[in-house]
Design a protein around this ligand. Structure first.
Ligand code: GRG
Length: 296
């Protein structure tokens, strides 16, 4: 990745982290453990890919602003909540995330459930006072997150995942699961980031949706490839955990080489979706490249 890309990501990360500091301050009151658990899960080294996509989508249309920062914080909190709950004993039962103990190991199970719940509701609160857009677009943005993080997206994908353990899935079924589980929040990040500028027309939003759907699946395929090719140390989570949990993955179904060419095909598809956009979409193009070529 270029130095310019690194600088840009650093700037996006600084902006979203400052917003997250405001939303989840250290709290010494009666609920201090809840706040510690939320902060632990948000500030322990996530890549901030979804916030970066919000910023880059806004910049592809016009420019990022205060709305972008709020939306970026909202999607990162939804992401953090989903990881906390995904790691719980009732779900994937993982002890390690981002190289440190998972939330329920560091604190306890009840606190981890509440930390996820707290982050989920704080995320929606962020979206209630966007500025420079009509109330109806603001509500549309809230509905998009509600759908794509919930029962038309991530929650549905997770439910299918839990149902599919130890089941032989077809590539189509795997695509359905990951379009929902991983792709939906990526799509929400891009679409909401663009819509909150108040300058995106329908054709642009549709093109960005196609871009997001392609990189959403590519993201998951790369995740499966890394699960095979990287070490626990590099990943910051237990290497090979999906195969140990008898889960179908792109690498188990397609084989590693075909999984790599599918990720590359989706990368090209994402670039084609951006063809109506000029140089202002360069950050989105660079993020797509990062997503399919990342090593962590
Ligand atoms: C509990 C409702 C609910 C949903 C959980 C997203 C999810 C659904 C589970 C996460 C499990 C997982 C490993 C999915 C693969 C793709 C993915 C979301 C990886 C983690 O995202 P990164 O790489 O994480 O952006 P960082 O740590 O960088 O923030």
């Amino acid at each position: 990745m270029t130095a310019e890309f690194d600088q840009r990501i650093q700037s996006y990360t600084q902006q979203v982290d400052a917003q997250l500091e405001l939303i989840i301050p250290p709290d010494t009151g009666p609920a201090s453990k809840l706040y510690q658990a939320m902060r632990y899960s948000v500030f322990n080294g996530g890549k901030r890919v979804r916030p970066a996509l919000c910023f880059a989508a806004a910049e592809a249309i016009s420019a990022s602003d205060d709305n972008t920062v709020k939306i970026a914080a909202a999607v990162e909190m939804i992401h953090a909540y989903s990881l906390i709950h995904d790691d719980l004993p009732a779900m994937d039962d993982d002890d390690l995330r981002r190289g440190v103990p998972t939330c329920h190991i560091q604190f306890d199970e009840a606190t981890a459930i509440l930390a996820g719940d707290g982050l989920h509701s704080l995320a929606f609160k962020q979206l209630t006072n966007l500025t420079g857009i009509t109330a109806s677009i603001n509500l549309e943005i809230i509905a998009i997150l509600s759908d794509l993080a919930g029962c038309n997206g991530m929650v549905t994908g997770q439910a299918v995942d839990l149902e599919s353990t130890e089941t032989q899935l077809s590539v189509e079924e795997l695509n359905y699961m990951h379009t929902h589980k991983t792709g939906a929040l990526i799509e929400a990040s891009v679409v909401m980031g663009a819509m909150a500028t108040n300058q995106a027309d329908e054709a642009q939003v549709n093109a960005l949706r196609s871009y997001a759907r392609a990189i959403g699946l590519a993201f998951q395929i790369q995740d499966d490839i890394l699960d095979v090719e990287s070490s626990t140390e590099q990943l910051g989570k237990s290497q090979g955990s999906d195969s140990h949990n008898n889960k179908a993955t792109y690498t188990s179904i397609l084989g590693i080489e075909k999984a790599k060419s599918e990720a590359e095909r989706l990368y090209q598809e994402s670039l084609e979706a951006l063809s109506p956009f000029d140089d202002k979409a360069e950050p989105l193009r660079a993020l797509a490249k990062f997503i399919v070529h990342r090593s962590f």
